[in-house]
Design a protein around this ligand. Structure first.
Ligand code: FES
Length: 176
């Protein structure tokens, strides 16, 4: 997930009866993914992608289930999910709007983009709009610093982006 600091020491996991790792997913992990790696830990990132592909995010309960299949600690699974921006531990909106907040984009006006999107979508960074259509993320450098400020919207990179450009994109996505 995109980095977000919060107090989790007393978080209570919501556990549903039905496991997230279905028999088909477990078979895929154990028979297809794990044999490709020298260690179980090596198979973790591919396993996480697989689970996220199915659910759109990686629920905390699924992390515990993954840890049991890979025989590693749940903390190790959670560490990887929380470190990489590509993984999400919460449900995402239909559209993911990421604004780069690293140094070059910060200097070139990323805050105006963030402020505008917060107002327009009625969310804080890392939140999803009430209609479920947009999740706003603050992202670390996406590798186009010479064309800052940059955004990653539904996986597509936009460089030298302005408030009016981001507005047009949100308009277009709102209608889809
Ligand atoms: S700092 Fe934004 S793309 Fe590098």
């Amino acid at each position: 997930m995109s980095w977000k600091t919060k107090q989790t020491a007393n978080t209570k996991l919501e556990i549903r009866d039905e496991p997230y790792l279905t028999p088909a997913l477990i078979e895929k992990i154990t028979k297809d993914i794990m044999p490709r790696y020298a260690t179980n830990k090596g198979a973790l990132m591919t396993t996480l992608h697989e689970v996220q592909h199915v659910y759109g995010y990686i629920p905390w309960q699924a992390m515990v289930e993954i840890s049991k299949v890979l025989v590693i600690s749940a903390a190790e699974v959670a560490d990887v999910v929380s470190f990489y921006e590509d993984y999400h531990s919460e449900p995402m909106g239909k559209n993911i709007v990421g604004i780069c907040q690293s140094i070059a984009c910060e200097v070139c006006g990323h805050q105006a983009l963030i402020d505008h999107l917060k107002d327009r979508l009625g969310v804080e960074v890392h939140e999803t709009s009430a209609d479920g259509k947009f999740t706003l993320l603050g992202m670390e450098c996406i590798g186009a610093c010479d064309m800052a400020p940059c955004a990653l919207i539904n996986g597509k990179q936009y460089n030298n982006i302005s408030v009016s450009m981001v507005d047009d994109l949100v308009d277009k996505l709102s209608k889809e």
